[in-house]
Structure formats: C-alpha cells, structure tokens
Design a protein around this ligand. Structure first.
Ligand code: UT7
Length: 315
C-alpha cells in the first residue's frame, strides 16, 4: 500500500506544566527533564469523534478522495463515551462513509496495528483505498489527583489514507501479554444476577517497567524488521517513534546509535496521545514538507497489552 494523505485534529485547550502545578504537587522542573513534556492539548467541550472526523476529512482532502472512495475504515481507540456503536461507525456517520467500519483497541501501537490490517486487505485484493484514524482521549482515563500518570497524557486524532502500492516495506507486530503493567477497569451495568465485586479504577501504570519494555521492544523490533527486509540503519531517513517520553526516545536513539536529526518529536506540545501519537507526528512532519520521495520512515510504537509494533514505509 501507499500513503496518499494525512490529517490531524487536536483539542483547543493547552495545559502547561505550570497550570498542573496549581492543583498538583508537581512542577515544570520535574516534568520536563523526566518526560520532555511542556504542555498538552486536553479535551474540554469537544468530542473525540469530532476530532477523529476532522482528522479524517483533512486526510481525505490531501489524498484528493471523497468518502465514497474509501473501501475500508479502521479506527484505533482505547476509550470514548460510546460503548456501542463502534467509534468508527460514529465517525463514519459524521463524514459520510458507507464502507465497512471496524474499531481496534491495541493501545499506543494501534496506528501500526491498523496499518497491518489495511495491508492485509490490500494483499487480499479486497480494497483500493483504506482510511485509518487514531482518535484518543487518554486524559479521560487518569486520576487527575495522581501526579504519576495525569501529567503524561494529551488528547487528539490523526488519520491516514492508503491506496494500492508497494511502499509499506515491512511491518512487525509483537505481544508480551501482561495486564499488570498498564491497566484500567470500569464497572458495567448491574444485573439482578451479578454476585462479583466490580470497581472503577483509573489508569494504573508501573512506569519504570513500561519504560524498560518500551526501549527493549522498540529497539529489538526495529533491528529485526530492518534485517528481515534487507535494509540497514543507513537507509533510514526518519524514526517516527511513539511520543510517550523523551527519555524513552533518547534511549532508543542511543541504543540504535542514530543521530538526533532522524527522530522528529512533538511530545513537548502534545504529551502521550496514545495511538494518535504516531499519526499526529506523521501529519505534522508531512505538512511541514519534511519528507521527500524515496525517504524511508521507520515507525515504532509500544504500550498497554503489552503490545509493540514497527513498520517501514517508503515515502
Ligand atoms: O504509552 C506507553 C505508556 N507509558 C509510558 O511509556 C511511560 C513509561 N514510564 C515513564 O515514562 C516514567 O517511568 C515516568 C515518567 C512515568 C516516571 O518517571 P520515573 O523516573 O520512573 O519516576 P518514578 O516513578 O520512579 O518517580 C520518582 C519520584 C517519586 O517520588 P519518591 O517516591 O522518589 O519520593 C514520585 O512520587 O518522582 C515522584 N513523581 C513526581 N514528582 C513530581 C512522580 N510523578 C511526579 C510528578 N511530579 N508528576
């Protein structure tokens, strides 16, 4: 498949570290060196489906396609207000898609998992154009009295349109199932028969363990993928790494022994926007005109599951 359009949409409200320190025992001095985050966009009166719809329309516009040209629509999302219908259907209704719609919840690597599903449909000859959106509101998952999690996240949506082509050079998905590292639970509707205890628990994360998983999974998958497709690090133009923590990105950079210029970052303005992170970064870099034909983009993302993924896309 070949990428022909990108788009993104982010909430208006910008929350700086100084604003957080007004109600939390935290500071810019702690957050910046530990994470690289200076501010994040946070949903106020917006709906995540509207951000998703805007990102999709921007991507379709760049691709020069109409909603009826799309044969398959994949939405990557961890949480939103609808339990049913799927967020993909809610967004599809807003933008006038009539193709099959599916949601996936693959946490932060969701955009790459969606790319893998899209590629499978292209290889099966079932589609001509696929639209992917990652629409996320992780700020609705954390306890805003818990400084160890709420400072890390931001909301937003990123979208991409793919058509037939041979630009996805390789993709690897990896899982290490472990629900104790990052998790959140919510109660369902009661019934007359439920006897078990259920509870609403905000996002829980074992930060240091996730950090180690992220660096290990990213470097292992990137190196294995490049080897699998017969490329080397010198072929790589840019590493599009999930924006979870600048220190994670720095550790990956150091391990791969690659220069700063190959790692675009936007975490300072967005925080961790879950699966929207790679998609928003891609759109921002694309709209700045950073990529030229033939550039090799290596994507790497990791998160709850634990899941990780890497992909190589030729521009
Ligand atoms: O999308 C993938 C999902 N998540 C990630 O990728 C996150 C991966 N992990 C991380 O990014 C880092 O582990 C964190 C940024 C979450 C935390 O950094 P850390 O260096 O592992 O800090 P820590 O959790 O060991 O905390 C060190 C200290 C603690 O205080 P004590 O116990 O040493 O007195 C924390 O209570 O820093 C304290 N602390 C804070 N202080 C001020 C934790 N959060 C904050 C805060 N402001 N926001």
């Amino acid at each position: 498949m070949r990428l022909i359009g990108t788009g993104s949409a982010i909430p208006e409200k910008v929350v700086t570290n100084a604003m957080l320190s007004e109600f939390l025992d935290t500071s810019d001095e702690w957050i910046v060196p530990r994470t690289g985050i200076r501010s994040r966009h946070v949903i106020t009166d917006e709906n995540v489906e509207d951000l998703g719809a805007r990102a999709c329309l921007n991507a379709l516009d760049m691709a020069g396609l109409k909603p009826e040209d799309i044969d398959y629509f994949i939405c990557s999302n961890v949480v939103n207000e609808y339990i049913t219908p799927s967020l993909s259907c809610v967004i599809a209704e807003k933008i006038g898609l009539t193709c099959p719609c599916i949601d996936i919840n693959c946490a932060c690597p969701g955009f790459l998992y969606a790319m893998d599903i899209a590629e499978t449909h292209f290889l099966a000859g079932k589609v001509k154009n696929v639209l992917i959106v990652s629409a996320e509101e992780p700020t609705r998952m954390t306890d805003w009295a818990d400084r160890s999690t709420c400072v890390l996240f931001g909301d937003g949506a990123g979208a991409a349109v793919f058509t037939e082509g041979d630009n996805l050079k390789g993709i690897r998905l990896h899982s290490q199932p472990d629900s104790s590292k990052i998790w959140q639970k919510r109660t369902l509707m009661p019934t007359p028969y439920i006897t078990k205890q259920e509870e609403d628990v905000p996002l829980q994360m074992r930060g240091k363990e996730v950090f180690k998983f992220a660096v290990g999974a990213s470097t292992t998958e990137v190196e294995a993928l490049l080897k699998e497709i017969g490329m080397s690090k010198s072929d790589v133009s840019y590493y599009m790494v999930h924006q979870a923590n600048l220190r994670i990105i720095d550790a990956i950079k150091k391990y791969l022994d690659e220069p700063d210029e190959k790692f675009p970052v936007n975490i300072q303005d967005h925080g961790n926007s879950s699966s929207a992170s790679c998609a928003i970064l891609l759109d921002e870099c694309n709209r700045k005109g950073m990529f030229k034909p033939g550039d090799i983009l290596v994507f790497s993302a990791f998160g709850a599951g634990l899941l990780s993924a890497a992909a190589v896309l030729e521009w």
